[in-house]
Ligand binder design. Structure first.
Ligand SMILES: CC(C)(COP(=O)(O)OP(=O)(O)OC[C@H]1O[C@@H](n2cnc3c(N)ncnc32)[C@H](O)[C@@H]1OP(=O)(O)O)[C@@H](O)C(=O)NCCC(=O)NCCS
Length: 174
């Protein structure tokens, strides 16, 4: 049986945990330039973003952010068409890596994205150096679009089309 994982909105009560996770070597390695201001961001709930905590049997294990890359306020993704989503994902503690939790979290996030009938595809942008994450996303059906530099970071942009996701995972009911 797959691990029993649920996503719930993050809140200011998660501040210390999220800051602790940000200090873990594996999360730093996946996003070395990240200076996310959780104190402020946890208090905001813009229409274009969801900040979610994954819980395994009630224990927080990781975080997922889903944004609309066209509407996101810093325009990190530049000029992008409408009807897309972009996901960030990380497991908090190194001891929880490689146990299948990220795969379940990603399926939950993808279903959440595609629940909106207008959403056509989902984007992600792992560092070029994060080859383990590339394999992780490719197993979920993501396809490489391009290599792209975001600020100081060399990234790989991957995209998963709605049709491909449900073709590969027909049991992922909405
Ligand atoms: C990417 C991530 C969310 C995957 O979650 P997970 O629970 O470890 O993954 P699963 O157990 O479901 O699947 C295992 C796969 O995850 C990938 N993976 C990525 N980073 C990993 C790590 N540090 N340790 C173990 N597996 C990792 C590998 O592809 C692995 O498969 P492999 O055995 O073929 O190498 C998680 O590893 C993580 O949080 N990594 C650090 C942050 C990060 O890189 N986030 C993505 C930024 S774009």
């Amino acid at each position: 049986m797959p691990p029993q994982i649920q996503l719930r909105p993050a809140s200011i009560a998660d501040l210390a945990l999220l800051q602790h996770w940000d200090e873990q070597p594996h999360t730093i390695a996946s996003d070395p330039d990240d200076k996310w201001n959780w104190e402020e961001e946890l208090l905001k709930t813009p229409d274009w973003r969801e900040q979610l905590i994954a819980e395994l049997d009630g224990r927080p294990i990781g975080c997922i952010q889903i944004i609309d890359p066209q509407l996101e306020e810093t325009h990190y993704w530049g000029e992008v068409p409408p009807k897309l989503r972009a996901i960030d994902i990380w497991i908090g503690e190194a001891s929880d890596l490689g146990k299948g939790y990220g795969t379940v979290m990603m399926h939950l996030a993808l279903r959440r994205c595609f629940q909106a009938p207008e959403v056509t595809a989902v984007l992600i942008d792992p560092l070029e150096s994060n080859v383990q994450a590339h394999r992780f996303y490719e197993r979920l059906g993501f396809q490489l679009v391009e290599k792209r530099r975001f600020d100081e970071d060399d990234c790989m942009v991957y995209r998963l089309e709605r049709g491909r996701y449900f073709e590969l995972f027909p049991n992922s009911s909405l």
